[in-house]
Design a protein around this ligand. Sequence first.
Ligand code: ATP
Ligand code: MG
Length: 584
Amino acid sequence: MRTSQFPLNTVKETPADAEIASHQLMIRAGLIRKLAAGLYTWLPLGLRVLRKVEKITREEMEKAGALEVLMPALQPAELWQETGRWQQYGPELARLKDRHDRDFCLGPTHEEIITDLARNELKSYKQLPITFYQIQTKFRDEIRPRFGVMRCREFIMKDAYSFHLDQASLQQTYDLMYQAYSNIFNHLGLKFRAVIADSGSIGGAVSHEFHVLADSGEDAIAFSTGSDYAANVESATALIPEQGLAPPAEVFAKVATPGQKTIAEISAFLDVPAQKILKTLAIMKISVNEAGETAEEFYNLLLRGDHELNEIKTRKLLGDFRFATDEEIIQHHGCGAGFIGPKTDAKHGVIFDHSVKYLSDFVCGANEVDFHLRGCNWSADPKTQAFYEKALAENTFQDIRNVVAGDLSPDGQGEITLARGIEVGHIFQLGTKYSTAMKAGIINEEGKSQIMIMGCYGIGISRIVAAAIEQNHDSRGIIWPTKLAPFQVAICPMNMHKSERLKVAAEQLYQDLLAAGIDVLLDDRKVRAGFMFSDMELIGIPHCIILSDRGLDAGTFEYKARETKDNIECPLTELISFIQEKLH
Ligand code: ATP
Ligand code: MG
């Protein structure tokens, strides 16, 4: 391409609503333009990158034996009603009616559609296992669309679905997909990790997320320093070493803590570290009985002051819940939040986080406004001891907190360290959730009908473009990994419009590079050299060839790699082989 025919829509100013580098650079480099919140147009330069992500993804899917299909974005409500997701899916599901007043949605994902296809098309076990995939537009009315194409309302996903007769076959395809995903991110030149992920509401199911590591990532990832254990903090197991309960050393006292409500405030006010404070949270467990009536039950959750509640783990344990209101807290504790502590005579449920087990000489709320207790111990008196021992006996010590740096790795090898990640892929063993609900059966070897087992595998194609920039940029712009770059090479002739022979040389070189199968951009604009260079740096072209009259005299060209500062001078005769070497 030539810049005269392929306009670069670069802009100088950083857009005011772009918080992170990739969003700013995608606008500034002219890759995307915003239409409305969470809706973006891909400009020609951006689309070239998007297509490269698609191409690599498609190649690996084909290699893994997946078959490409293309399903409609518009989906009838009936299928979603069959699985119950028409009701369950919240406002993220974009619902609409057609002219006949029938309900439809714009697909946020395609489990229902593919399961419908499978139950109609697959008849015999001989057709299994089979994996279908598509690269298609998804709609999710995200509550907070942000960071450009990173979290938007309309985006491109590669989604794949596999069908099996048994778990062993699902595991095989799952492993194949895990490998295909690793290949994709390696080809794209991204630093990534596969991490154990939350398997959602279906207990026991296996799931992994693929994260591109970047400080701006929305997810926290826990890694072990001593093994290859890696998990999303949402699902990383929090362990503390077994240890004895230290004998009481401090004098028990009720102390005035006027207005001191938060852990930080109490820690500062009483001069005790947060690890020595017991945090009591109050929630209402929500359950629905068979008659469809909702019941709510008050619970205390006990955590160490320096730890945070993990709501996903807690939901797995207790089911749905909400935080209690101040009135509800007062009703059970006699005072509002900020001063509550465990009640040994409580009628309500209590869940202890494991880390609370070995607390000694700790501080907790006194269940009285403006007072806390210090020098607390589980063995302080018979009532407290009985409360503690009942919890041990009833196994109400559970893992309900987020891991923190320095925790033991759950596999016993090394410690946990934390990093930020951008979720770019998610693979999942679905089991029979959708096939049971939609009666997707097949005739097995014994001639009997059997429900199929399913896996699903998603990749955020458009999010990958943003994630790649997040990981590869500097103050001057994007630094594309070669495989992702919209153009691999830029030719920048200096003052070409003043020199006919330079024009001829640039044109010849352009043709030669094209003939060698290289994605090349010839900058034939009548602009200053500095302007040209800063544009090429902003749009992140990995390799830049600078041609000048002076160079032609000497039989040389200048080469500059995007990621380095210095220019190298090379003989013109070796140019093609020089570039080919750089590209490999
Ligand atoms: P997230 O936790 O980021 O909301 P998710 O768990 O909802 O992601 P999946 O349903 O697993 O995502 O979708 C598969 C992939 O699609 C994700 O791994 C991600 O890369 C991408 N994706 C999901 N939501 C969006 C979005 N709103 N904008 C762009 N890409 C998205
Ligand atoms: Mg989501």
